[in-house]
Design a protein around this ligand. Structure first.
Ligand code: NDP
Length: 285
């Protein structure tokens, strides 16, 4: 890190397209200011055709690292020198660290989720029901399985995607995994410990959307997590609260990803509080 008297700030940022509406910058820069970290975070609109140039530019300019978002999370793999073990299984990278000119790919999507989960339950030995089989679901499934989850039931509209994720978990981790059809209000099996919504259901502006599950099967003490950061109090979270479940919102997962990225780039363990406030301010505008 530069010394306080240096005029050379550490550079970090995000490569995505579209990029203008990505609020991560507000959250990360709030943390930098709060902790007096001499670093910047720049939102960069990078097209697929220019991703390689952008990555080489970041290396040439001595960036500390960058996030990758849509559509670069898989495409960036070919530009990296190394990839963290869980990111390799997930098959996608959303955070690149540049150390001594070497680019290392990490995936903080699932790790951010895991950090939230650990505030309420130990993942080891737990049984999960996971709604969705896209990028977020994949990252969550891999990280919870590597953290020792006993089983994961993947519930997804498209059977092919659901079965592919269940097979990935069953073959690449020690967790048991099965696919379950989602053709009715899904009843949560009585021995479930944790359920996760990893679909976009509930995301602004379609905030009235309901995850199709049997709400009578939500029992007190069940951990119910939602990936939706905006608004954080989704229908699922409110239904779960009303039934005495332990809830985790998607804002926590997003903030924890930022905490992990900053630690990887600067070595500083930052306070998530101001970051959560910064995001809430953006979403409430
Ligand atoms: P993907 O497009 O990769 O996957 C979407 C998944 O949701 C698919 O499994 C899809 O099912 C399912 N799905 C979509 N619409 C519906 C619907 N109407 N009914 C049932 N299933 C549906 O998206 P991501 O995994 O990248 O993102 C999912 C959500 O996670 C987004 O809303 C994103 O905002 C959020 N997210 C939050 C993060 C956080 O830090 N809080 C981090 C990353 C993502 P099918 O296969 O049948 O099409």
């Amino acid at each position: 890190m530069p010394t306080p008297t240096s005029f050379l700030s550490a550079l970090t940022g995000s490569f995505a397209t579209p990029a203008a509406e990505n609020p991560t910058v507000a959250m990360i820069e709030r943390a930098y200011r709060h902790h007096g970290i001499d670093a910047r975070y720049l939102n960069c609109d990078v097209s697929s055709q220019r991703l390689g140039e952008a990555v080489r530019g970041a290396r040439a300019m001595g960036w500390a690292g960058f996030n990758c978002s849509i559509p670069h999370k898989i495409a960036v793999l070919e530009h990296l020198d190394d990839i963290a073990p869980s990111a390799a299984i997930i098959g996608a990278v959303n955070c690149v660290v540049i150390r001594d000119g070497r680019l290392i790919g990490e995936n903080t999507d699932g790790q951010g989720f895991l950090a939230s989960l650990r505030t309420v339950i130990r993942p080891a030995g737990q049984r999960l029901v996971l709604f969705g089989a896209g990028g977020a679901a994949r990252a969550i499934a891999v990280e919870t399985a590597l953290a020792g989850a006993r089983s994961i039931t993947v519930v997804n509209r498209d059977p092919a995607a659901g079965e592919e994720l269940a097979t990935l978990i069953a073959t690449r981790t020690r967790a048991a995994a099965t696919y379950a059809r989602w053709d009715r209000a899904f009843p949560i099996p009585a021995d479930t410990d944790i359920i996760v919504n990893a679909t976009p259901i509930g995301l602004f502006p379609d905030t009235a959307a309901h995850l199709d599950l049997n709400t009578d099967s939500l029992r007190p003490g069940l951990v119910v997590a939602d990936v939706i950061p905006n608004p954080p109090r989704t229908h699922l979270i409110r239904d779960a609260e009303a039934r005495g479940c332990v809830t985790l919102d998607g804002l926590g997962m997003l903030v924890n990803q930022g905490v992990l990225s900053i630690k990887l780039w600067t070595g500083v363990q930052v306070d998530p509080g101001p970051m959560r406030e910064a995001l809430k301010e953006v979403f409430e505008r």
